[in-house]
Design a protein around this ligand. Structure first.
Ligand SMILES: CCCCCCC/C=C/C(=O)SCCNC(=O)CCNC(=O)[C@H](O)C(C)(C)COP(=O)(O)OP(=O)(O)OC[C@H]1O[C@@H](n2cnc3c(N)ncnc32)[C@H](O)[C@@H]1OP(=O)(O)O
Length: 302
């Protein structure tokens, strides 16, 4: 009993600075919308939350058609949903998945990084940072049920989760493929991948912009499990049950111990990282290649 109380005090003491750090951070998505019953059933235009209060789990479905690109509005809605769930004591875990057939997420929204002004780029990048920080450090168990292709920022979102289940479909692939677009994954993208698959595999994957099909993704460790498409959600559910069996405070503290040094680096270099992004994305050459890439995507149809 005394040990449990002691652990709770220690947990709060260790977790609080994190909450403070993130709450004080610029680009926060607004105050939490209360806890308790009122929060159990909610949706926003682009995020559908299906709560299962009895299990302590909510399924968060990304619904930003056609490709779940991570636009500023979509990121904001995702963050608000996460925060609501974190603030409701009913929930201990979330499963993040897609409501867009065949696509988990196409990654960062290229239209947010193309043809806009520097203020917009700064605001957008702050939201991307916030997404990474909040998901990476969430006190909830976060499991990705990856039911579609997941390049670049889509892969990053998956990598912030505690466990990844990928559908075994040859059309799907996952990876940080930024170099193929002529852009460079920032250090915190890189660190997240290194923490997941190790330095050598990450170096090769990042330099070559590799998008791993399911079997390869499993072999290299980008995902933890590959299952038939119709078993992705049920597998995520049973993995969640295993994770929720672990005492919450011990699991949360361990997660922070593992992830704190990586998150710390961005927290201390956040403004410089934004400046760096804005400088990079404003370059004529980068704008030209992003524009050409977007055009190529559009012409693919015609
Ligand atoms: C210091 C500087 C650091 C800079 C770091 C920047 C880090 C960047 C990270 C990123 O995430 S960049 C984005 C990377 N994503 C991609 O490369 C994926 C691009 N998309 C695709 O390959 C395909 O769309 C798809 C996901 C395989 C789906 O193919 P499908 O055939 O089903 O759909 P499409 O016809 O291609 O697309 C439909 C529609 O959606 C638009 N679109 C696709 N991806 C994006 C995107 N990431 N952002 C914005 N819009 C996107 C596409 O243009 C089509 O538009 P319309 O023609 O319908 O207008």
């Amino acid at each position: 009993m005394a040990l449990a109380v002691g652990m709770r005090v220690l947990t709060r003491a260790l977790l609080r600075p994190w909450a403070r750090g993130l709450r004080a951070a610029p680009g926060r998505t607004g105050p939490a919308a209360g806890g308790g019953d009122g929060v159990r059933c909610f949706r926003s235009p682009r995020v559908l939350v299906e709560p299962d209060p009895a299990a302590g789990v909510a399924v968060v479905k990304m619904r930003n058609p056609p490709v779940n690109s991570l636009s500023l509005e979509f990121l904001t809605e995702l963050l608000i949903s996460l925060e609501k769930l974190e603030n409701d004591k009913t929930f201990h875990g979330i499963i993040i998945t897609s409501d867009c057939p065949g696509i988990f997420s196409a990654g960062l929204d290229l239209t947010e990084m193309c043809g806009r002004d520097p203020e917009h780029y700064a605001e957008y990048w702050k939201a991307v940072q916030e997404m990474w920080l909040r998901f990476y450090l969430s006190n909830l168990v976060v499991i990705a049920a990856i039911n579609g292709i997941s390049p670049a920022g889509g892969c990053l979102l998956s990598l912030t989760c505690d466990y990844r289940v990928l559908a075994n479909n040859p059309k799907y692939a996952i990876g940080l493929n930024e170099t193929l677009l002529g852009i460079v994954a920032p250090f915190w993208f890189k660190d997240t991948l290194v923490n997941t698959i190790g330095h050598r595999s990450a170096e090769r994957a990042l330099q070559l912009g590799l998008l791993f099909p399911p079997a390869e993704a499993l072999r290299v460790g980008v995902v933890d499990q590959v299952v038939p498409e119709d078993q992705v959600q049920s597998t995520a559910r049973s993995v969640m049950a295993q994770w929720l069996d672990i005492p919450d405070h011990a699991r949360q503290l361990t997660k922070i111990l593992m992830r704190k040094p990586t998150a710390d680096r961005l927290l201390t270099e956040r403004d410089a990282d934004i400046e760096n992004f804005v400088r990079f994305i404003c370059k004529d050459s980068i704008q030209k290649s992003l524009h050409a890439y977007l055009e190529k995507l559009k012409q693919k149809k015609g």
